[in-house]
Design a protein around this ligand. Structure first.
Ligand SMILES: CC(C)(COP(=O)(O)OP(=O)(O)OC[C@H]1O[C@@H](n2cnc3c(N)ncnc32)[C@H](O)[C@@H]1OP(=O)(O)O)[C@@H](O)C(=O)NCCC(=O)NCCS
Length: 145
């Protein structure tokens, strides 16, 4: 359940200090995570972003950097689906950023709807990494209650 893409950091993506504008990275994050989520849902799904957790910018990014986004669905709730994304600078692969983006499926009236009937395949976290992210999302959900 991965989606990958690469982006080139151009002059119009920089802030006034000459490094990548954090808001631009968040826009890309939201878009990449959405692509990963929607790939696992049928065409009736109407997703909106409800939250972004764990946002940390680890390093400055300069013009000309090539960024790799790797997004994975790590949790499915009653009406929500959560995607973990890491961003690395190629070619060495230093991790500059990671975050969880949660989307909610809305029905025609704009109310949250159950996500299970929209899933193309049942979701189960498998492997140590997937289980680690699943637990992180579960604990964030508990903290919100
Ligand atoms: C999405 C929206 C309908 C949810 O309404 P709500 O009253 O919070 O609904 P609920 O409390 O039932 O929560 C719905 C799901 O979202 C999850 N959720 C709510 N707040 C969350 C947050 N901050 N982070 C992650 N998940 C969150 C809940 O855990 C629940 O998941 P589950 O059904 O899988 O258990 C409403 O918040 C909304 O319309 N937000 C605007 C969305 C939007 O326009 N986004 C674009 C960016 S501006």
């Amino acid at each position: 359940m991965h989606a990958e893409s690469t982006l080139l950091v151009r002059p119009e993506h920089l802030n006034h200090h000459g490094s990548l504008f954090g808001g631009r990275l968040l826009e890309w994050l939201d878009e990449q995570a959405y692509i990963a989520a929607i790939a696992h849902l049928d065409s009736r799904a109407n997703l909106v972003t409800v939250g972004i957790d764990n946002v940390e910018f680890h390093h400055q990014v300069r013009e000309g950097a090539v960024l790799r986004f790797r997004s994975t669905v790590v949790h499915v709730g009653r009406t929500s689906i959560t995607v973990h994304t890491t961003v690395q600078v190629l070619p060495r692969g230093a991790k500059i950023f990671e975050a969880y983006v949660t989307f909610v499926a809305l029905d025609a009236e704009g109310d949250p709807q159950q996500i299970a009937p929209l899933l193309l395949n049942p979701f189960t976290p498998s492997g140590a990494e997937a289980k680690k992210h699943f637990r992180a999302v579960e604990s964030a959900r508990r903290r919100r209650k």
